[in-house]
Design a protein around this ligand. Structure first.
Ligand code: 5AD
Ligand code: SF4
Length: 469
Protein backbone atom coordinates (compact mmCIF):
# COMPACT_ATOMS: atom_id res chain seq x y z
CA UNK A 1 0.00 0.00 0.00
CA UNK A 2 0.69 1.45 2.02
CA UNK A 3 -1.71 4.02 3.30
CA UNK A 4 -0.35 4.82 6.68
CA UNK A 5 -2.84 4.34 9.43
CA UNK A 6 -2.09 7.57 11.25
CA UNK A 7 -5.32 7.35 13.16
CA UNK A 8 -4.82 4.09 14.99
CA UNK A 9 -7.38 1.36 14.73
CA UNK A 10 -8.30 2.01 18.32
CA UNK A 11 -9.20 5.64 17.87
CA UNK A 12 -12.34 6.43 15.96
CA UNK A 13 -12.71 9.86 14.41
CA UNK A 14 -15.98 11.50 13.70
CA UNK A 15 -16.66 12.71 10.19
CA UNK A 16 -19.22 15.40 10.00
CA UNK A 17 -20.29 18.25 12.16
CA UNK A 18 -23.27 19.03 14.35
CA UNK A 19 -26.39 19.65 12.36
CA UNK A 20 -27.04 23.31 11.77
CA UNK A 21 -30.71 22.87 10.95
CA UNK A 22 -33.14 22.15 13.75
CA UNK A 23 -35.61 20.45 11.43
CA UNK A 24 -36.75 16.87 11.51
CA UNK A 25 -34.02 15.92 9.02
CA UNK A 26 -32.55 12.49 9.61
CA UNK A 27 -29.18 12.54 11.28
CA UNK A 28 -26.16 10.43 10.49
CA UNK A 29 -23.22 9.68 12.73
CA UNK A 30 -20.12 8.23 11.04
CA UNK A 31 -17.22 6.77 12.97
CA UNK A 32 -14.04 6.28 10.99
CA UNK A 33 -11.30 3.77 11.67
CA UNK A 34 -7.99 3.30 9.88
CA UNK A 35 -6.27 5.15 7.09
CA UNK A 36 -6.67 8.50 5.36
CA UNK A 37 -8.62 6.88 2.55
CA UNK A 38 -11.32 5.96 5.05
CA UNK A 39 -11.33 9.56 6.28
CA UNK A 40 -11.85 10.69 2.68
CA UNK A 41 -14.51 8.03 2.09
CA UNK A 42 -16.40 9.07 5.22
CA UNK A 43 -16.49 12.63 3.94
CA UNK A 44 -17.81 11.48 0.59
CA UNK A 45 -20.46 9.32 2.29
CA UNK A 46 -21.41 12.36 4.36
CA UNK A 47 -21.73 14.35 1.12
CA UNK A 48 -23.89 11.65 -0.46
CA UNK A 49 -26.13 11.45 2.59
CA UNK A 50 -26.39 15.23 2.93
CA UNK A 51 -27.58 15.37 -0.65
CA UNK A 52 -30.12 12.73 0.35
CA UNK A 53 -31.58 14.85 3.17
CA UNK A 54 -29.47 13.77 6.13
CA UNK A 55 -27.53 16.10 8.37
CA UNK A 56 -24.30 14.97 10.03
CA UNK A 57 -24.08 14.80 13.79
CA UNK A 58 -21.24 14.08 16.17
CA UNK A 59 -23.63 12.86 18.87
CA UNK A 60 -24.26 9.18 18.35
CA UNK A 61 -27.27 9.26 20.70
CA UNK A 62 -29.27 11.46 18.37
CA UNK A 63 -28.42 9.60 15.16
CA UNK A 64 -31.05 7.96 12.97
CA UNK A 65 -28.24 6.24 11.12
CA UNK A 66 -24.94 5.07 12.61
CA UNK A 67 -22.25 4.10 10.12
CA UNK A 68 -18.98 2.46 11.13
CA UNK A 69 -16.33 2.93 8.45
CA UNK A 70 -14.04 0.07 9.37
CA UNK A 71 -10.43 -1.02 8.88
CA UNK A 72 -9.17 -4.56 8.37
CA UNK A 73 -5.44 -4.02 7.98
CA UNK A 74 -4.29 -5.50 11.26
CA UNK A 75 -5.19 -7.53 14.25
CA UNK A 76 -8.64 -8.26 15.47
CA UNK A 77 -10.08 -5.28 13.65
CA UNK A 78 -13.22 -7.28 12.97
CA UNK A 79 -13.49 -8.21 16.65
CA UNK A 80 -13.35 -4.55 17.62
CA UNK A 81 -16.17 -3.82 15.21
CA UNK A 82 -18.29 -6.58 16.75
CA UNK A 83 -17.82 -5.27 20.26
CA UNK A 84 -18.62 -1.72 19.10
CA UNK A 85 -21.72 -3.12 17.39
CA UNK A 86 -22.78 -4.65 20.70
CA UNK A 87 -22.77 -1.21 22.33
CA UNK A 88 -24.63 0.39 19.44
CA UNK A 89 -27.22 -2.40 19.48
CA UNK A 90 -28.09 -1.42 23.06
CA UNK A 91 -28.53 2.21 22.00
CA UNK A 92 -30.72 1.09 19.14
CA UNK A 93 -32.92 -0.84 21.59
CA UNK A 94 -33.17 2.19 23.88
CA UNK A 95 -34.14 4.42 20.99
CA UNK A 96 -36.70 1.88 19.80
CA UNK A 97 -38.34 1.90 23.22
CA UNK A 98 -38.66 5.70 22.85
CA UNK A 99 -40.36 5.10 19.48
CA UNK A 100 -37.35 6.24 17.38
CA UNK A 101 -35.49 4.28 14.78
CA UNK A 102 -31.73 3.86 14.61
CA UNK A 103 -30.33 2.15 11.53
CA UNK A 104 -26.90 0.58 11.82
CA UNK A 105 -24.53 0.26 8.88
CA UNK A 106 -21.06 -1.22 8.52
CA UNK A 107 -18.88 0.19 5.74
CA UNK A 108 -15.18 -0.08 4.89
CA UNK A 109 -12.80 -2.99 4.66
CA UNK A 110 -14.33 -5.18 7.38
CA UNK A 111 -17.66 -4.86 5.54
CA UNK A 112 -15.97 -5.96 2.32
CA UNK A 113 -14.14 -8.86 3.97
CA UNK A 114 -16.92 -10.19 6.20
CA UNK A 115 -20.04 -9.36 4.17
CA UNK A 116 -23.20 -11.14 5.31
CA UNK A 117 -21.34 -12.70 8.23
CA UNK A 118 -21.67 -9.33 9.98
CA UNK A 119 -25.48 -9.47 9.96
CA UNK A 120 -25.40 -13.13 10.99
CA UNK A 121 -23.28 -12.37 14.04
CA UNK A 122 -24.80 -9.00 14.74
CA UNK A 123 -28.47 -9.08 13.72
CA UNK A 124 -29.05 -5.45 14.77
CA UNK A 125 -27.02 -4.39 11.72
CA UNK A 126 -29.24 -3.21 8.85
CA UNK A 127 -26.74 -2.75 6.06
CA UNK A 128 -23.25 -3.79 5.09
CA UNK A 129 -21.63 -1.78 2.32
CA UNK A 130 -18.18 -2.21 0.79
CA UNK A 131 -15.91 0.65 -0.31
CA UNK A 132 -16.68 0.23 -4.01
CA UNK A 133 -20.41 0.86 -3.68
CA UNK A 134 -20.72 3.99 -1.53
CA UNK A 135 -22.45 5.81 -4.38
CA UNK A 136 -25.34 3.38 -3.94
CA UNK A 137 -25.79 4.35 -0.30
CA UNK A 138 -28.94 6.52 -0.72
CA UNK A 139 -30.61 3.77 -2.75
CA UNK A 140 -29.56 1.10 -0.27
CA UNK A 141 -30.91 3.18 2.61
CA UNK A 142 -34.26 3.65 0.90
CA UNK A 143 -34.56 -0.14 0.66
CA UNK A 144 -33.41 -0.60 4.25
CA UNK A 145 -36.07 1.85 5.44
CA UNK A 146 -38.54 -0.31 3.53
CA UNK A 147 -37.61 -3.16 5.84
CA UNK A 148 -34.88 -5.01 3.92
CA UNK A 149 -31.46 -5.98 5.29
CA UNK A 150 -28.83 -5.32 2.64
CA UNK A 151 -25.32 -6.54 1.95
CA UNK A 152 -23.73 -4.61 -0.91
CA UNK A 153 -20.16 -5.74 -1.44
CA UNK A 154 -19.66 -6.36 -5.15
CA UNK A 155 -16.99 -4.47 -7.02
CA UNK A 156 -19.34 -2.16 -8.90
CA UNK A 157 -18.73 -1.83 -12.61
CA UNK A 158 -19.82 1.81 -12.64
CA UNK A 159 -17.41 4.52 -11.47
CA UNK A 160 -18.41 5.30 -7.91
CA UNK A 161 -16.64 8.66 -7.95
CA UNK A 162 -18.70 9.81 -10.90
CA UNK A 163 -21.85 9.04 -8.95
CA UNK A 164 -20.80 10.48 -5.59
CA UNK A 165 -21.83 14.14 -5.21
CA UNK A 166 -19.13 16.74 -4.70
CA UNK A 167 -19.02 18.33 -1.25
CA UNK A 168 -20.77 21.66 -0.83
CA UNK A 169 -18.47 24.68 -0.62
CA UNK A 170 -19.53 25.36 2.98
CA UNK A 171 -18.69 21.78 3.89
CA UNK A 172 -15.19 22.04 2.37
CA UNK A 173 -14.57 25.28 4.27
CA UNK A 174 -15.65 23.61 7.51
CA UNK A 175 -13.22 20.74 6.89
CA UNK A 176 -10.25 23.09 6.82
CA UNK A 177 -7.36 24.26 4.65
CA UNK A 178 -5.85 20.83 4.07
CA UNK A 179 -7.72 18.09 2.24
CA UNK A 180 -7.42 14.54 0.96
CA UNK A 181 -8.24 13.60 -2.60
CA UNK A 182 -8.35 9.96 -3.63
CA UNK A 183 -6.84 9.53 -7.10
CA UNK A 184 -6.21 5.79 -7.10
CA UNK A 185 -7.69 2.88 -5.27
CA UNK A 186 -6.92 -0.79 -4.88
CA UNK A 187 -3.72 -2.75 -5.27
CA UNK A 188 -2.31 -5.39 -7.62
CA UNK A 189 0.91 -5.98 -5.72
CA UNK A 190 -0.25 -8.79 -3.41
CA UNK A 191 2.33 -8.47 -0.67
CA UNK A 192 1.81 -11.71 1.22
CA UNK A 193 0.94 -10.01 4.53
CA UNK A 194 -1.66 -7.62 3.17
CA UNK A 195 -5.47 -7.75 2.87
CA UNK A 196 -5.78 -4.62 0.75
CA UNK A 197 -5.89 -6.34 -2.67
CA UNK A 198 -8.82 -8.38 -1.33
CA UNK A 199 -10.74 -5.59 0.45
CA UNK A 200 -10.13 -2.71 -1.97
CA UNK A 201 -9.86 -4.74 -5.15
CA UNK A 202 -7.51 -4.25 -8.06
CA UNK A 203 -5.86 -0.97 -9.01
CA UNK A 204 -8.10 1.71 -10.47
CA UNK A 205 -7.01 5.24 -11.38
CA UNK A 206 -9.46 8.13 -11.45
CA UNK A 207 -9.48 10.13 -14.68
CA UNK A 208 -7.53 13.39 -14.94
CA UNK A 209 -10.56 15.60 -15.56
CA UNK A 210 -12.33 14.34 -12.43
CA UNK A 211 -9.27 14.88 -10.26
CA UNK A 212 -8.58 18.36 -11.64
CA UNK A 213 -12.22 19.38 -11.18
CA UNK A 214 -12.23 18.17 -7.59
CA UNK A 215 -8.92 19.88 -6.80
CA UNK A 216 -10.24 23.13 -8.32
CA UNK A 217 -13.35 22.97 -6.15
CA UNK A 218 -11.20 22.43 -3.08
CA UNK A 219 -8.93 25.35 -3.96
CA UNK A 220 -11.89 27.65 -4.65
CA UNK A 221 -13.17 26.91 -1.14
CA UNK A 222 -9.84 27.91 0.38
CA UNK A 223 -7.93 24.61 0.59
CA UNK A 224 -4.18 25.31 0.40
CA UNK A 225 -2.73 21.81 0.68
CA UNK A 226 -3.99 18.65 -1.01
CA UNK A 227 -2.77 15.14 -0.32
CA UNK A 228 -3.44 12.75 -3.19
CA UNK A 229 -4.40 9.35 -1.86
CA UNK A 230 -4.07 5.86 -3.22
CA UNK A 231 -3.10 2.47 -1.87
CA UNK A 232 -0.41 2.58 -4.54
CA UNK A 233 -0.71 6.20 -5.43
CA UNK A 234 2.40 6.26 -7.58
CA UNK A 235 0.91 3.57 -9.81
CA UNK A 236 -1.69 6.17 -10.82
CA UNK A 237 -1.85 6.68 -14.57
CA UNK A 238 -4.30 8.33 -16.87
CA UNK A 239 -4.92 9.97 -20.19
CA UNK A 240 -3.71 13.56 -20.21
CA UNK A 241 -5.67 16.51 -21.50
CA UNK A 242 -4.28 16.08 -25.02
CA UNK A 243 -4.66 12.33 -25.09
CA UNK A 244 -1.13 11.46 -23.97
CA UNK A 245 -0.35 8.97 -21.18
CA UNK A 246 0.24 10.64 -17.81
CA UNK A 247 1.85 9.32 -14.67
CA UNK A 248 1.56 10.78 -11.18
CA UNK A 249 4.45 13.21 -11.78
CA UNK A 250 2.64 14.81 -14.73
CA UNK A 251 -0.60 14.96 -12.75
CA UNK A 252 1.20 16.79 -9.95
CA UNK A 253 2.48 19.36 -12.45
CA UNK A 254 -1.06 19.92 -13.70
CA UNK A 255 -2.45 20.33 -10.17
CA UNK A 256 0.31 22.78 -9.29
CA UNK A 257 -1.20 25.17 -11.88
CA UNK A 258 -4.41 25.52 -9.89
CA UNK A 259 -4.51 28.98 -8.27
CA UNK A 260 -4.49 28.84 -4.47
CA UNK A 261 -3.14 25.29 -4.16
CA UNK A 262 0.20 25.99 -2.58
CA UNK A 263 1.16 22.53 -1.38
CA UNK A 264 0.86 19.05 -2.82
CA UNK A 265 1.58 15.67 -1.28
CA UNK A 266 0.83 12.08 -2.18
CA UNK A 267 0.64 8.89 -0.21
CA UNK A 268 1.27 5.97 -0.19
CA UNK A 269 3.89 4.82 -2.63
CA UNK A 270 5.45 1.51 -3.54
CA UNK A 271 9.21 1.60 -4.24
CA UNK A 272 8.69 -0.19 -7.55
CA UNK A 273 6.47 2.54 -8.91
CA UNK A 274 8.76 5.52 -8.27
CA UNK A 275 9.27 6.44 -11.92
CA UNK A 276 11.63 9.05 -13.42
CA UNK A 277 8.81 11.48 -14.05
CA UNK A 278 7.80 11.42 -10.40
CA UNK A 279 11.38 11.89 -9.23
CA UNK A 280 11.65 14.82 -11.66
CA UNK A 281 8.54 16.33 -10.04
CA UNK A 282 10.40 16.32 -6.74
CA UNK A 283 13.21 18.21 -8.47
CA UNK A 284 11.15 20.76 -10.41
CA UNK A 285 7.97 21.37 -8.46
CA UNK A 286 8.31 23.73 -5.49
CA UNK A 287 4.75 23.03 -4.34
CA UNK A 288 5.48 19.31 -4.01
CA UNK A 289 6.43 19.01 -0.35
CA UNK A 290 9.87 17.52 0.39
CA UNK A 291 8.46 14.62 2.35
CA UNK A 292 7.99 11.11 1.06
CA UNK A 293 6.27 8.17 2.66
CA UNK A 294 7.96 5.19 1.06
CA UNK A 295 7.40 1.96 2.99
CA UNK A 296 10.06 -0.73 2.85
CA UNK A 297 8.61 -3.14 5.47
CA UNK A 298 11.87 -5.01 6.11
CA UNK A 299 15.61 -4.64 5.57
CA UNK A 300 16.16 -8.36 4.93
CA UNK A 301 16.17 -9.52 1.30
CA UNK A 302 15.07 -12.97 2.36
CA UNK A 303 12.00 -11.56 4.13
CA UNK A 304 11.32 -9.04 1.36
CA UNK A 305 11.19 -11.99 -1.00
CA UNK A 306 8.72 -14.01 1.06
CA UNK A 307 6.71 -10.80 1.52
CA UNK A 308 6.56 -10.61 -2.30
CA UNK A 309 7.75 -7.01 -2.23
CA UNK A 310 9.70 -7.53 -5.44
CA UNK A 311 12.59 -5.29 -4.43
CA UNK A 312 15.71 -5.74 -2.33
CA UNK A 313 17.08 -3.52 0.43
CA UNK A 314 19.75 -2.38 -2.01
CA UNK A 315 17.13 -1.42 -4.63
CA UNK A 316 15.39 0.67 -2.00
CA UNK A 317 18.59 2.43 -0.92
CA UNK A 318 19.60 3.09 -4.53
CA UNK A 319 16.18 4.62 -5.17
CA UNK A 320 16.56 6.91 -2.16
CA UNK A 321 19.95 8.00 -3.49
CA UNK A 322 18.33 9.03 -6.76
CA UNK A 323 15.58 10.96 -5.00
CA UNK A 324 17.96 12.65 -2.58
CA UNK A 325 20.25 13.63 -5.43
CA UNK A 326 17.49 15.80 -6.93
CA UNK A 327 15.88 16.93 -3.66
CA UNK A 328 18.50 16.90 -0.89
CA UNK A 329 16.12 18.27 1.77
CA UNK A 330 13.59 15.47 1.30
CA UNK A 331 12.58 13.76 4.52
CA UNK A 332 11.65 10.10 4.55
CA UNK A 333 8.89 8.23 6.25
CA UNK A 334 8.27 4.50 6.15
CA UNK A 335 6.28 1.50 7.32
CA UNK A 336 7.85 -1.56 8.94
CA UNK A 337 6.60 -4.98 9.92
CA UNK A 338 8.47 -7.02 12.52
CA UNK A 339 7.97 -10.72 13.10
CA UNK A 340 6.88 -11.72 9.61
CA UNK A 341 6.89 -15.55 9.39
CA UNK A 342 10.43 -16.88 9.27
CA UNK A 343 12.05 -13.62 10.43
CA UNK A 344 15.24 -14.55 12.30
CA UNK A 345 17.28 -12.37 14.62
CA UNK A 346 19.65 -11.69 11.72
CA UNK A 347 16.75 -10.63 9.44
CA UNK A 348 15.58 -8.23 12.10
CA UNK A 349 19.09 -6.81 12.52
CA UNK A 350 19.10 -6.13 8.77
CA UNK A 351 15.98 -4.01 9.26
CA UNK A 352 17.66 -2.10 12.09
CA UNK A 353 20.70 -1.57 9.89
CA UNK A 354 18.60 -0.28 7.00
CA UNK A 355 16.87 2.19 9.33
CA UNK A 356 20.27 3.43 10.54
CA UNK A 357 21.39 3.87 6.94
CA UNK A 358 18.27 5.72 5.76
CA UNK A 359 17.50 7.92 8.80
CA UNK A 360 13.75 8.47 8.86
CA UNK A 361 11.98 11.67 9.84
CA UNK A 362 9.00 9.61 10.94
CA UNK A 363 7.83 6.03 10.61
CA UNK A 364 5.13 3.54 11.46
CA UNK A 365 6.01 0.09 12.68
CA UNK A 366 3.83 -2.88 13.42
CA UNK A 367 3.95 -6.44 14.66
CA UNK A 368 3.02 -8.85 11.90
CA UNK A 369 -0.62 -9.79 12.24
CA UNK A 370 -1.78 -12.81 10.21
CA UNK A 371 -4.73 -11.78 8.07
CA UNK A 372 -7.17 -14.53 7.16
CA UNK A 373 -7.03 -15.34 3.45
CA UNK A 374 -3.53 -13.91 2.84
CA UNK A 375 -0.57 -16.21 2.04
CA UNK A 376 1.40 -15.02 5.09
CA UNK A 377 -1.22 -16.37 7.47
CA UNK A 378 -0.54 -19.93 6.25
CA UNK A 379 3.26 -19.71 6.30
CA UNK A 380 5.28 -21.92 8.61
CA UNK A 381 7.55 -20.41 11.27
CA UNK A 382 5.15 -17.85 12.68
CA UNK A 383 7.16 -15.74 15.13
CA UNK A 384 6.14 -15.89 18.82
CA UNK A 385 4.40 -12.79 20.22
CA UNK A 386 7.10 -12.20 22.84
CA UNK A 387 9.78 -12.06 20.14
CA UNK A 388 7.65 -9.67 18.08
CA UNK A 389 7.15 -7.47 21.14
CA UNK A 390 10.84 -7.28 21.86
CA UNK A 391 11.75 -6.48 18.23
CA UNK A 392 9.04 -3.86 17.91
CA UNK A 393 10.26 -2.11 21.05
CA UNK A 394 13.82 -1.96 19.79
CA UNK A 395 12.79 -0.74 16.33
CA UNK A 396 10.44 1.88 17.71
CA UNK A 397 13.08 3.22 20.08
CA UNK A 398 15.43 3.71 17.13
CA UNK A 399 12.74 5.30 14.94
CA UNK A 400 11.64 7.61 17.75
CA UNK A 401 15.21 8.74 18.30
CA UNK A 402 15.54 9.51 14.59
CA UNK A 403 12.27 11.43 14.61
CA UNK A 404 13.36 13.52 17.59
CA UNK A 405 16.78 14.16 16.06
CA UNK A 406 15.07 15.34 12.90
CA UNK A 407 12.97 17.82 14.92
CA UNK A 408 16.07 19.02 16.79
CA UNK A 409 17.96 19.51 13.54
CA UNK A 410 15.36 22.14 12.58
CA UNK A 411 15.81 24.29 15.70
CA UNK A 412 17.13 27.71 14.70
CA UNK A 413 16.14 27.34 11.06
CA UNK A 414 13.46 29.26 9.20
CA UNK A 415 10.75 27.23 7.52
CA UNK A 416 7.40 27.71 5.80
CA UNK A 417 4.33 26.87 7.86
CA UNK A 418 0.74 26.56 6.76
CA UNK A 419 -1.50 27.89 9.54
CA UNK A 420 -4.17 25.23 10.00
CA UNK A 421 -6.28 25.73 13.10
CA UNK A 422 -6.51 27.29 16.56
CA UNK A 423 -4.18 25.71 19.11
CA UNK A 424 -5.29 23.69 22.08
CA UNK A 425 -4.06 26.46 24.37
CA UNK A 426 -5.45 29.99 24.23
CA UNK A 427 -3.30 32.42 22.30
CA UNK A 428 -1.85 29.76 19.99
CA UNK A 429 -2.40 28.56 16.47
CA UNK A 430 -1.18 25.30 14.95
CA UNK A 431 0.52 25.17 11.60
CA UNK A 432 1.96 22.38 9.52
CA UNK A 433 5.59 22.13 8.46
CA UNK A 434 6.66 20.87 5.03
CA UNK A 435 7.43 17.58 6.83
CA UNK A 436 3.99 17.24 8.43
CA UNK A 437 5.03 18.27 11.94
CA UNK A 438 2.55 20.41 13.88
CA UNK A 439 4.10 23.87 14.41
CA UNK A 440 2.87 25.85 17.42
CA UNK A 441 2.91 29.62 16.88
CA UNK A 442 1.42 32.71 18.50
CA UNK A 443 -2.14 33.18 17.28
CA UNK A 444 -1.24 36.60 15.87
CA UNK A 445 1.45 35.07 13.62
CA UNK A 446 -1.04 34.61 10.78
CA UNK A 447 -4.54 33.71 9.72
CA UNK A 448 -5.74 30.20 9.00
CA UNK A 449 -4.73 29.37 5.43
CA UNK A 450 -1.68 31.67 5.46
CA UNK A 451 1.72 30.25 4.69
CA UNK A 452 4.21 32.10 6.83
CA UNK A 453 7.93 31.97 7.52
CA UNK A 454 8.73 30.98 11.08
CA UNK A 455 11.88 30.32 13.04
CA UNK A 456 11.90 27.10 15.03
CA UNK A 457 12.72 27.77 18.69
CA UNK A 458 12.35 24.33 20.28
CA UNK A 459 10.77 20.92 19.83
CA UNK A 460 7.93 19.23 21.70
CA UNK A 461 7.30 15.49 21.82
CA UNK A 462 5.76 15.44 18.40
CA UNK A 463 5.67 19.10 17.42
CA UNK A 464 7.76 22.20 16.85
CA UNK A 465 7.51 25.58 18.56
CA UNK A 466 8.20 28.63 16.44
CA UNK A 467 8.12 32.41 16.23
CA UNK A 468 7.45 34.63 13.26
CA UNK A 469 10.66 34.99 11.28
N1 5AD B 1 0.45 -7.07 9.81
C1 5AD B 1 1.14 -5.98 10.25
N2 5AD B 1 1.24 -4.85 9.56
C2 5AD B 1 0.62 -4.79 8.36
N3 5AD B 1 0.56 -3.82 7.45
C3 5AD B 1 -0.20 -4.24 6.42
N4 5AD B 1 -0.60 -5.49 6.64
C4 5AD B 1 -0.11 -5.86 7.84
C5 5AD B 1 -0.18 -7.04 8.62
N5 5AD B 1 -0.83 -8.11 8.19
C6 5AD B 1 1.25 -2.55 7.60
C7 5AD B 1 2.27 -2.32 6.49
C8 5AD B 1 1.60 -1.30 5.66
C9 5AD B 1 0.84 -0.51 6.70
C10 5AD B 1 -0.24 0.37 6.24
O1 5AD B 1 0.32 -1.49 7.54
O2 5AD B 1 3.45 -1.83 7.06
O3 5AD B 1 2.51 -0.52 4.93
FE1 SF4 C 1 0.70 -1.96 -0.08
FE2 SF4 C 1 1.60 -4.44 -0.63
FE3 SF4 C 1 -0.74 -4.08 0.63
FE4 SF4 C 1 -0.53 -3.46 -1.95
S1 SF4 C 1 -0.36 -5.50 -1.08
S2 SF4 C 1 -1.55 -2.26 -0.35
S3 SF4 C 1 1.62 -2.69 -2.01
S4 SF4 C 1 1.31 -3.49 1.42
Amino acid sequence: MDLTTIESDEIGTVAGQPAARATAARKVFIKTYGCQMNVYDSQRMTDALTADGYTATDAIGEADLVLLNTCHIREKAAEKVYSELGRIRDMKAERASAGREMLIGVAGCVAQAEGAEIIRRSPAVDLVIGPQTYHRLPNVLARVRGGEKIVETDYAIEDKFEHLPQPKRAEVIKRGVTAFLTVQEGCDKFCTFCVVPYTRGSEVSRPVAQIVAEAERLAEAGVREVTLLGQNVNAWHGEGEKGQEWGLGRLLFRLSEIPGLARLRYTTSHPRDMGDELIAAHRDLPSLMPYLHLPVQSGSDRILKTMNRRHTAKDYLALLDRIRAVRPDIALSGDFIVGFPGETGADFEATMELVRQVTYASAFSFKYSPRPGTPGADMADQVPETVKDERLQRLQALLLKQQQDFGLSLVGSTIDTLIEKPGRQAGQKVGRSPWLQPVIVDEKAGEIGDIIKVRITKTGYNSLFAELA
